[in-house]
Design a protein around this ligand. Structure first.
Ligand code: ZN
Length: 334
């Protein structure tokens, strides 16, 4: 008997034994695997925590490009609009301190986000264990998860943010100007976004100020042994990156240097409606892409596709994001 016949007979035997109602009865489950991803950087355990993804019409939001070019680039990358934008947060366990970089959107951007807490717990930690929270900047997709119903979601954490960022977003005169501007230009999407961001920032940060759990820092400062703040203003007035160095290893958490990798790595001049100063944001993106590409730095992005950790390959014409190879046992990655 040929081998093929053996398989054929086996198949008939198995299907003959099964009753018809054993087939096709499984319900579709529909939910995703827990959104966390763990690596080690020197002695520090780094866990990427997904807050989820939010669908955004990038052909309408990207500026200094055209909707047609954005659509063409995304189609060529096998990506459909609206673009599923990852919102990633980062948990750093130094052994002696547990640190969270950014807190996701909370409930400010719809039901597809606000998964940080579930993913934090799924990854093996509780919110009351977090000692420090560092914000890359005060946009709602990074700070919305700080509170829940006006209560601090991380009761033991001290919140840290860049002084220029706090000066800008927590200034009542700036908020009033933004509200006036939005009222004068009701169809201006940018004015609407800025107005909403002022209101939500106050709600997110004020409980930490009231509890004396808020501190500011300045770019260039070493925040903890091995963790440094690096100013990268443009996207917002105090937009900050964080560099972690431990035992000869390094990773750069670059915040919102890139929002849509498929578009902004091939056309880095493309900016986004959310940029406070698009010219400065673009210059910072060019600078950082060249720097991390030539230094072969490991980078982690708030909006690179989850988990958003990898390298930038520098070529003659443009840049490519290469996600880090998955390692099933990160503690063995020494
Ligand atoms: Zn963002």
């Amino acid at each position: 008997m040929r081998l093929g016949n053996v398989f054929a007979i086996g198949l008939i035997a198995v299907t003959g034994m099964a009753s018809p109602d054993m087939h096709g009865s499984a319900k579709k489950v529909g939910f995703q695997a827990p959104g966390f991803y763990r690596i080690t950087v020197g002695e520090v355990e780094v866990t990427v925590l997904s807050d989820g993804t939010v669908p955004l019409p990038m052909d309408q939001l990207l500026t200094h490009t055209t909707p047609a070019l954005v659509d063409h680039t995304l189609t060529a990358s096998f990506i459909k609009e609206p673009y599923a934008t990852s919102v990633n947060c980062f948990l750093l366990n130094f052994g002696s301190r547990l640190v969270l970089i950014d807190t996701g959107a909370g409930l400010t951007l719809g039901p597809t986000l606000n998964h940080l807490m579930a993913n934090l717990r799924a990854s093996g930690y509780e919110p009351d264990q977090i000692d420090d929270i560092f914000l890359t900047h005060m946009h709602i997709d990074h700070e919305g998860g700080l509170t829940s119903n006006g209560i601090r979601a991380f009761p033991n954490a001290v919140l840290h943010a860049d002084g220029r960022e706090a000066d800008y977003w927590l200034n009542p005169e700036n908020e009033k100007r933004a509200l006036d501007s939005a009222a004068r230009h009701p169809s201006d999407q940018q004015a609407k976004f800025v107005e909403n961001n002022f209101v939500e920032t106050r709600k997110a940060i004020q409980p930490y100020i009231d509890a004396a759990h808020f501190k500011w820092f300045h770019g260039g400062e070493e925040l903890l042994p091995g963790l440094r703040a690096i100013s990268a203003a443009g996207h917002t007035p105090g937009h900050t990156m964080f560099a972690l160095e431990s035992d000869g290893a390094r990773i750069l958490f670059w915040g919102d240097i890139v929002h849509v990798a498929e578009v902004q790595l091939t056309t880095p001049q493309a900016t986004i409606l959310f940029d406070s100063d698009p010219t400065q944001a673009r210059a910072e993106r060019f600078k950082m892409l060249k720097e991390v590409g030539s230094q072969r730095d490991l980078i982690a992005g708030s909006h690179l596709p989850f988990p958003g950790v990898g390298h930038i390959r520098l070529s003659q014409q443009d840049f490519t994001f290469l996600p880090l190879n998955f390692i099933g046992e990160p503690s063995n990655d020494k």
